[in-house]
Design a protein around this ligand. Structure first.
Ligand SMILES: [Zn+2]
Ligand SMILES: [Zn+2]
Length: 165
Protein backbone atom coordinates (compact mmCIF):
# COMPACT_ATOMS: atom_id res chain seq x y z
CA UNK A 1 0.00 0.00 0.00
CA UNK A 2 2.76 2.41 0.90
CA UNK A 3 4.57 2.00 -2.39
CA UNK A 4 1.45 2.81 -4.30
CA UNK A 5 0.53 5.66 -1.99
CA UNK A 6 3.85 7.37 -2.59
CA UNK A 7 3.75 6.71 -6.31
CA UNK A 8 2.35 9.25 -8.71
CA UNK A 9 -1.10 8.22 -9.73
CA UNK A 10 -1.77 9.40 -13.23
CA UNK A 11 -5.51 9.63 -13.45
CA UNK A 12 -6.31 12.82 -11.64
CA UNK A 13 -3.65 15.47 -11.94
CA UNK A 14 -5.21 17.00 -14.97
CA UNK A 15 -5.95 20.53 -13.92
CA UNK A 16 -3.08 21.40 -11.61
CA UNK A 17 -0.09 19.77 -13.16
CA UNK A 18 1.67 16.73 -11.86
CA UNK A 19 2.76 17.99 -8.45
CA UNK A 20 -0.44 18.92 -6.70
CA UNK A 21 -2.36 15.85 -5.62
CA UNK A 22 -6.08 16.16 -5.29
CA UNK A 23 -6.37 13.97 -2.27
CA UNK A 24 -4.92 13.44 1.18
CA UNK A 25 -4.07 10.11 2.76
CA UNK A 26 -5.90 9.46 6.00
CA UNK A 27 -4.80 7.21 8.88
CA UNK A 28 -6.64 4.26 7.38
CA UNK A 29 -4.74 4.63 4.12
CA UNK A 30 -7.69 6.05 2.23
CA UNK A 31 -6.88 8.60 -0.43
CA UNK A 32 -9.59 11.10 0.33
CA UNK A 33 -10.57 13.16 -2.67
CA UNK A 34 -10.59 16.85 -1.87
CA UNK A 35 -12.28 18.11 -5.03
CA UNK A 36 -15.74 17.75 -6.41
CA UNK A 37 -17.78 14.79 -5.27
CA UNK A 38 -21.17 13.94 -6.67
CA UNK A 39 -24.45 13.56 -4.83
CA UNK A 40 -23.53 10.03 -3.79
CA UNK A 41 -20.15 11.11 -2.47
CA UNK A 42 -18.02 9.69 -5.30
CA UNK A 43 -14.99 11.60 -6.52
CA UNK A 44 -15.51 13.20 -9.93
CA UNK A 45 -13.17 14.86 -12.33
CA UNK A 46 -13.64 16.01 -15.90
CA UNK A 47 -11.52 14.02 -18.33
CA UNK A 48 -11.39 15.07 -21.97
CA UNK A 49 -14.50 17.09 -21.35
CA UNK A 50 -16.34 14.04 -20.05
CA UNK A 51 -16.97 13.84 -16.34
CA UNK A 52 -15.59 10.61 -14.94
CA UNK A 53 -15.32 8.77 -11.68
CA UNK A 54 -11.87 9.28 -10.23
CA UNK A 55 -11.86 5.99 -8.36
CA UNK A 56 -12.54 4.11 -11.60
CA UNK A 57 -9.84 6.04 -13.48
CA UNK A 58 -7.41 5.33 -10.69
CA UNK A 59 -8.28 1.68 -10.48
CA UNK A 60 -7.58 1.39 -14.20
CA UNK A 61 -4.33 3.35 -13.93
CA UNK A 62 -2.98 0.85 -11.39
CA UNK A 63 -4.80 -2.40 -11.89
CA UNK A 64 -5.69 -2.37 -15.57
CA UNK A 65 -8.93 -1.99 -17.43
CA UNK A 66 -12.10 -2.78 -15.56
CA UNK A 67 -13.61 -5.75 -17.38
CA UNK A 68 -16.90 -5.05 -19.15
CA UNK A 69 -19.87 -5.50 -16.87
CA UNK A 70 -17.75 -5.21 -13.73
CA UNK A 71 -18.27 -2.50 -11.20
CA UNK A 72 -15.86 -1.15 -8.59
CA UNK A 73 -16.46 -1.96 -4.97
CA UNK A 74 -14.91 0.17 -2.23
CA UNK A 75 -13.59 -2.22 0.42
CA UNK A 76 -13.05 0.61 2.86
CA UNK A 77 -16.64 1.79 2.31
CA UNK A 78 -15.34 5.33 1.88
CA UNK A 79 -16.90 6.50 -1.36
CA UNK A 80 -14.64 9.49 -1.78
CA UNK A 81 -11.55 7.26 -1.43
CA UNK A 82 -9.52 6.93 -4.62
CA UNK A 83 -6.85 4.49 -3.38
CA UNK A 84 -6.69 1.71 -5.98
CA UNK A 85 -5.69 -0.74 -3.23
CA UNK A 86 -9.02 -0.18 -1.56
CA UNK A 87 -11.01 -1.19 -4.60
CA UNK A 88 -11.97 -4.43 -6.15
CA UNK A 89 -13.65 -5.11 -9.46
CA UNK A 90 -16.75 -7.17 -8.87
CA UNK A 91 -19.79 -8.09 -10.91
CA UNK A 92 -22.81 -5.97 -10.31
CA UNK A 93 -24.50 -8.96 -8.68
CA UNK A 94 -21.62 -9.41 -6.21
CA UNK A 95 -21.71 -5.75 -5.41
CA UNK A 96 -25.40 -5.89 -4.65
CA UNK A 97 -24.90 -9.00 -2.52
CA UNK A 98 -22.08 -7.31 -0.68
CA UNK A 99 -24.25 -4.31 -0.20
CA UNK A 100 -26.55 -6.61 1.71
CA UNK A 101 -24.18 -8.99 3.42
CA UNK A 102 -20.54 -7.94 3.13
CA UNK A 103 -21.04 -4.25 3.54
CA UNK A 104 -23.94 -4.19 5.90
CA UNK A 105 -22.75 -6.97 8.17
CA UNK A 106 -19.00 -6.83 7.74
CA UNK A 107 -17.77 -3.72 6.09
CA UNK A 108 -20.00 -1.45 8.05
CA UNK A 109 -19.19 -3.38 11.21
CA UNK A 110 -17.69 -0.88 13.58
CA UNK A 111 -16.09 -3.45 15.88
CA UNK A 112 -14.15 -6.68 15.37
CA UNK A 113 -15.18 -9.93 17.08
CA UNK A 114 -13.13 -8.88 20.09
CA UNK A 115 -14.78 -5.52 20.36
CA UNK A 116 -11.94 -3.38 19.03
CA UNK A 117 -12.99 -0.41 16.99
CA UNK A 118 -12.70 -1.07 13.24
CA UNK A 119 -11.78 2.42 12.21
CA UNK A 120 -8.92 4.85 11.95
CA UNK A 121 -5.51 3.45 12.83
CA UNK A 122 -6.90 0.12 13.90
CA UNK A 123 -8.44 -0.72 10.52
CA UNK A 124 -6.12 -2.25 7.97
CA UNK A 125 -7.01 -3.32 4.46
CA UNK A 126 -5.12 -6.49 3.58
CA UNK A 127 -4.82 -8.68 0.55
CA UNK A 128 -5.08 -12.37 1.29
CA UNK A 129 -5.04 -14.87 -1.58
CA UNK A 130 -6.13 -12.18 -3.98
CA UNK A 131 -9.04 -11.14 -1.78
CA UNK A 132 -8.93 -7.86 -0.02
CA UNK A 133 -10.36 -7.68 3.45
CA UNK A 134 -10.68 -5.52 6.51
CA UNK A 135 -8.48 -6.51 9.41
CA UNK A 136 -8.37 -5.44 13.05
CA UNK A 137 -4.85 -4.26 13.73
CA UNK A 138 -4.96 -5.00 17.48
CA UNK A 139 -6.03 -8.59 16.88
CA UNK A 140 -3.42 -8.95 14.15
CA UNK A 141 -0.71 -7.75 16.57
CA UNK A 142 -1.98 -10.13 19.22
CA UNK A 143 -1.77 -13.08 16.83
CA UNK A 144 1.80 -12.26 15.82
CA UNK A 145 2.75 -11.77 19.47
CA UNK A 146 1.45 -15.23 20.33
CA UNK A 147 3.13 -16.84 17.35
CA UNK A 148 6.37 -15.21 18.40
CA UNK A 149 6.01 -16.41 22.00
CA UNK A 150 5.27 -19.93 20.82
CA UNK A 151 8.35 -19.91 18.58
CA UNK A 152 10.45 -18.64 21.46
CA UNK A 153 9.05 -21.24 23.87
CA UNK A 154 9.70 -24.01 21.38
CA UNK A 155 13.27 -22.84 20.85
CA UNK A 156 13.83 -22.77 24.62
CA UNK A 157 12.46 -26.29 24.99
CA UNK A 158 14.65 -27.55 22.16
CA UNK A 159 17.67 -25.94 23.76
CA UNK A 160 16.90 -27.63 27.09
CA UNK A 161 16.35 -30.98 25.39
CA UNK A 162 19.62 -30.77 23.50
CA UNK A 163 21.42 -29.99 26.77
CA UNK A 164 19.96 -32.98 28.63
CA UNK A 165 20.91 -35.34 25.81
ZN1 LIG B 1 -10.13 3.70 1.16
ZN1 LIG C 1 -9.77 -6.83 17.27
Amino acid sequence: MTTKATGRPSGFYLRDGPHIPSYFVDVQGCWIWTRFTDRDGYARQGRKGEPCFVHRANYEAFNGTIPAGMTIDHLCRVRSCVNPDHMEAVTHKENVQRGESFSVENASKTRCVHGHSLSGDNLKIETHRGQRRRVCWKCRQEVSRRTWQRTKARAAVEKLESKTK
